[in-house]
Design a protein around this ligand. Structure first.
Ligand SMILES: NC(=O)c1ccc[n+]([C@@H]2O[C@H](COP(=O)([O-])OP(=O)(O)OC[C@H]3O[C@@H](n4cnc5c(N)ncnc54)[C@H](OP(=O)(O)O)[C@@H]3O)[C@@H](O)[C@H]2O)c1
Length: 238
C-alpha cells in the first residue's frame, strides 16, 4: 500500500533524512520532506519525482513555522500515514566537558531536538488521525539519550535533548494508548556515515534507510512492544 509520509531535516544528501526520503519515493510513496533552507540535493530529487515529492520549509524550533507548514500540507493532502522526526541539532560545545561547556547552549538544543518533534506531532495531528491505515510517528532518538547506559562525560546538550525526546515519546505513547489508529515510538538508528568526516561508522545511510523503512512498517501497529527500540526492533534501555 502506498502511503503519505512526512520527514523532517532532509536537506543533506549524505545524512539520514535525505536517504529516507529517497527510499520512500523509490518505494512509490508520497513524501513531504522538510528543510530549513533550500537544498540543491532535494531539488534534484524533486525533478526525479515531481508528483510524489513536496518540499516544505519548516524550522522545528519555531511554533509559527511548524504550524504554517502544517496548513500548507493540509492544502495538499487529507491525511498522513507516517511522520519521521529526524531533524536534530548539537551545539558547537557538544564534545566539551563541564568546565568548557557553555550551559546556555543546552536549552536551545532541547528546543530543537526534543520539543521540535512534539511541535510537529501537535501541528500535524489532524492529518495523522485521518490516516486510513492507522498512523505511526517515529522519533529518531539515539543511544546517547539513554540515561541507564550513559557513560559519556560530554554531549551535555545532545544527550539531554535525546533523553527529553524519549520522555516526551513515552508520555505521548501513554496519551495515545487507547487510540487504535495512532502509534508513536523512538528509535536508536545506529551509527551511520552521515557526516563526510566520519568514515569509521559501520552503516551506510542509503542502505540503512531501507532497514529502517522496513522496521517502521513492522512496528506500525505494535502498541504493546517496547517504545524505545534499536534499528533491529529490540528494546533499548531508557
Ligand atoms: N549519524 C548517526 O550515526 C546517528 C546516531 C544516532 C542517532 N542519530 C540521529 O539520527 C538523526 C539523523 O542523523 P544525521 O546524522 O543524519 O543528522 P544531521 O546530519 O545532523 O542532520 C540533522 C538535520 O536536522 C536539521 N535541523 C537542525 N535544526 C533544525 C531546525 N531547527 N528545524 C528543522 N530542521 C533542523 C538540519 O538542517 P540543516 O541542514 O539546515 O542544518 C539537518 O538536515 C538525528 O536525529 C540524529 O540525532 C544519528
Amino acid at each position: 500500500m502506498s502511503q503519505t509520509v512526512l520527514i523532517t531535516g532532509t536537506g543533506r544528501p549524505y545524512a539520514l533524512g535525505f536517504n529516507l526520503v529517497r527510499r520512500y519515493l523509490e518505494n512509490g510513496d508520497r513524501v513531504f520532506a522538510s528543510v530549513r533552507r533550500p537544498s540543491e540535493a532535494l531539488e534534484g530529487l524533486k525533478k526525479e519525482f515531481p508528483d510524489k515529492l513536496h518540499i516544505l520549509t519548516m524550522d522545528i524550533a519555531a511554533t509559527a513555522s511548524v504550524n504554517a507548514a502544517a496548513r500548507e500540507t493540509e492544502a495538499l493532502t487529507d491525511h498522513l500515514d507516517l511522520i519521521i522526526n529526524n531533524a536534530t541539532t548539537a551545539s558547537a560545545d557538544t564534545m566539551k566537558e563541564l568546565p568548557d561547556f557553555d550551559l546556555d547552549l543546552i536549552a536551545p538544543a532541547v528546543n530543537v531536538g526534543a520539543v521540535g518533534p512534539i511541535r510537529v506531532v501537535k501541528a500535524f495531528l489532524l492529518l495523522l488521525q485521518k490516516s486510513p491505515a492507522g498512523a505511526l510517528v517515529v522519533n529518531i532518538s539515539s543511544e546517547a539519550g539513554s540515561i541507564g547506559k550513559c557513560y559519556r562525560t560530554f554531549y551535555l546538550d545532545y544527550g539531554t535533548e535525546k533523553a527529553a525526546l524519549n520522555m516526551l515519546t513515552m508520555t505521548l505513547h501513554n496519551y495515545f494508548k487507547e487510540d487504535p489508529n495512532l502509534n508513536i515510538l523512538c528509535v536508536h538508528p545506529g551509527w551511520m556515515r552521515t557526516n563526510p568526516d566520519n568514515r569509521e561508522a559501520p552503516l551506510d545511510p542509503y542502505e540503512h534507510a531501507e532497514t529502517l523503512r522496513c522496521l517502521f512498517e513492522k512496528k506500525r501497529h505494535d502498541k504493546d512492544g517496547p517504545v524505545f527500540i534499536t534499528y533491529e526492533g529490540e528494546a533499548y534501555p531508557w
